[in-house]
Write a protein that binds this ligand. Structure first.
Ligand code: ARG
Length: 400
C-alpha cells in the first residue's frame, strides 16, 4: 500500500470518516479532493476545512463547473442522451470529470492510490475505477465502504469517537447525488417501488400541480450549442442554470423510474433535471427540423448507445469517442431557435425557426402555393408496395 492516497471528498459523513479510516487501516496519508460540479449546498471552503479537520494532510477544491457543462453536459445534450429513454445521466456524466481531476491530483501529489466513497452495489464504483485505470493504469483504487468495512454504524461511531466536525444526525436516509445537470435520490422508503415520492424529496423543482402562470422561453442554438435564452447570450453553464430555475419553477424534469444498473440490479430512482430535460426537449426538436430522415433515424440508435456507454462507465472508451464525432457531425446543422412553453411539469415546444431547416413550406402545404407534384405518388406507392404484394401473393398461393 502506498503512503499517499487521493480521496474523492464530498464533505458528507462517509468520506469525512474515510480520511481517518484509510489512515488507520493502511497507514497512508490522505489528500482530499472536492470537485465542484455545481452540486450547490455547502460552501466549498467549508468542505475543504472539514477535510483538514478530519485529518487530511492536504485538501483541494477544483471548481470545474464550466468544464463540466462544456465538456460533459454539452456532449450529452448534443446526443439527446437519455439512459433507458428517461435518465439524463446526471451522475454518470460527473464521474469522468471527477476521475480526470483525481488522476491529476494523484500525479501531482505522488500518490499511487485513489479512493472514493462508493458502495459495492452501484454504478459509480465502476465509473470511477474504470476511468481511473484507463487514464492511469499505474494507480490502484480503494473504496473504504466496500473494501474496508466502513458501514454506516461504524462511520457514526468513528465520527463521534474522534470528534469529527460533522453532524451525524444530519445524515439523510437517502443516497443523494447532485450537480448542475440534475439530482438523483435513491434508497430509504423509495426502495418499496409502490411508495410514491413525497414532495420534500425534491429541491430542484417546484410541485408541478401548484397553479401558476406558464413560462414561455426561446432558446437559440448554434451547431447544437445553446448560446442564448430569450435573446440573452449564455454560456453552457448559464443555459443550464437559467433553465434549472425557470423549468424547475414549473415542475419540469421530475422522473420516477426503475432502472437497470450495470451490476445487474434493478433500482428505484427519483431524478430531477429541469434544465437538462428542457434543453433536451428543445434540442431534439431542432434536430427533427434540421436532420435528414435517414440520418435522424440512425442518430436515435447512436443516441441510445452513447447513453448506455456513458451509463456503463465507458466514457473513456473508443466507441464513445467515435459516436461523439457522429453526434457532432449531426449537430453541424443544428442552428436556430426553439420556442417552448413550460408549465405544470411539461416543457412543450410551440415554435421552431432555422436557416438550416429541411422543412419546406411549399412541399408541406395543403394551401395554394403547393410545389409537391402529387401525380408522382401513384407510381411511388406501386413500387414501394411491390415486395409486400409479391410476398403476400406467394403466401396465398402456397397456403391457400
Ligand atoms: N442511478 C444513477 C446512476 O447510476 C444515480 C446514482 C446516484 N449516485 C448516488 N450515489 N446516489 O447514474
Amino acid at each position: 500500500m502506498s503512503d499517499r492516497v487521493v480521496l474523492a471528498f464530498s464533505g458528507g459523513l462517509d468520506t469525512s470518516v474515510a480520511i481517518g479510516w484509510i489512515k488507520e487501516a493502511t497507514g497512508a496519508e490522505v489528500i482530499a479532493l472536492a470537485v465542484d460540479v455545481g452540486q450547490g449546498g455547502e460552501d466549498m471552503d467549508v468542505i475543504r476545512e472539514r477535510a483538514l479537520a478530519c485529518g487530511a494532510v492536504e485538501a483541494e477544491v477544483a471548481d470545474v463547473r464550466d468544464e463540466f457543462a462544456d465538456d460533459y453536459c454539452l456532449p450529452a445534450l448534443k446526443a439527446d442522451a437519455l439512459y433507458m429513454d428517461r435518465y439524463p445521466l446526471v451522475s454518470a456524466l460527473s464521474r469522468p470529470i471527477i476521475v480526470k481531476h483525481l488522476v491529476a491530483a494523484a500525479h501531482k501529489h505522488n500518490a499511487s492510490v485513489v479512493a472514493h466513497g462508493c458502495t459495492g452495489k452501484g454504478n459509480d464504483q465502476v465509473r470511477f475505477e474504470v476511468g481511473i485505470r484507463a487514464l492511469s493504469p499505474d494507480l490502484s483504487c480503494i473504496a473504504p465502504v466496500r473494501d474496508l468495512a466502513l458501514t454506516r454504524d461504524k462511520a457514526i461511531e468513528f465520527a463521534e469517537r474522534e470528534g469529527l466536525p460533522i453532524d451525524v444526525t444530519k445524515k439523510s436516509p437517502y443516497s443523494i447525488d447532485q450537480n448542475v445537470w440534475g439530482r438523483a435520490v435513491e434508497t430509504g422508503f423509495l426502495e418499496d417501488i409502490w411508495n410514491g415520492p413525497s414532495e420534500e424529496l425534491y429541491t430542484y423543482t417546484q410541485n408541478p400541480a401548484t397553479p401558476r402562470e406558464p413560462d414561455e422561453v426561446t432558446i437559440t442554438f448554434d451547431k447544437g450549442v445553446p448560446v442564448a435564452i430569450d435573446g440573452e447570450k449564455v454560456s453552457m453553464l448559464q443555459a443550464i442554470e437559467v433553465l434549472n430555475e425557470r423549468a424547475g419553477g414549473q415542475g419540469v424534469g421530475r422522473i420516477d423510474t426503475v432502472e437497470d444498473r450495470l451490476v445487474g440490479i434493478k433500482s428505484r430512482e427519483i431524478y430531477e433535471s429541469p434544465g437538462a430535460m428542457a434543453l433536451i426537449a428543445a434540442h431534439s426538436e431542432l434536430l427533427h427540423v434540421t436532420t435528414e430522415r435517414e440520418l435522424l433515424r440512425y442518430f436515435r440508435g447512436v443516441s441510445q448507445r452513447w447513453g448506455e456507454l456513458v451509463y456503463d462507465g465507458l466514457w473513456f472508451s473508443p466507441l464513445r469517442k467515435v459516436l461523439s464525432t457522429v453526434v457532432d457531425e449531426v449537430n453541424e446543422a443544428a442552428s436556430g431557435e426553439i420556442r417552448m412553453v413550460m408549465h405544470a411539469g411539461k416543457a412543450t415546444v410551440t415554435g421552431r425557426r432555422s436557416e438550416a431547416s429541411l422543412y419546406d413550406y411549399g412541399l408541406a402545404t395543403y394551401d395554394s402555393g403547393d410545389t409537391f407534384d402529387q401525380s408522382l405518388a401513384h407510381g411511388f406507392i406501386e413500387l414501394w408496395g411491390l415486395p409486400s404484394r409479391m410476398a403476400h401473393a406467394r403466401d396465398n398461393r402456397i397456403n391457400g
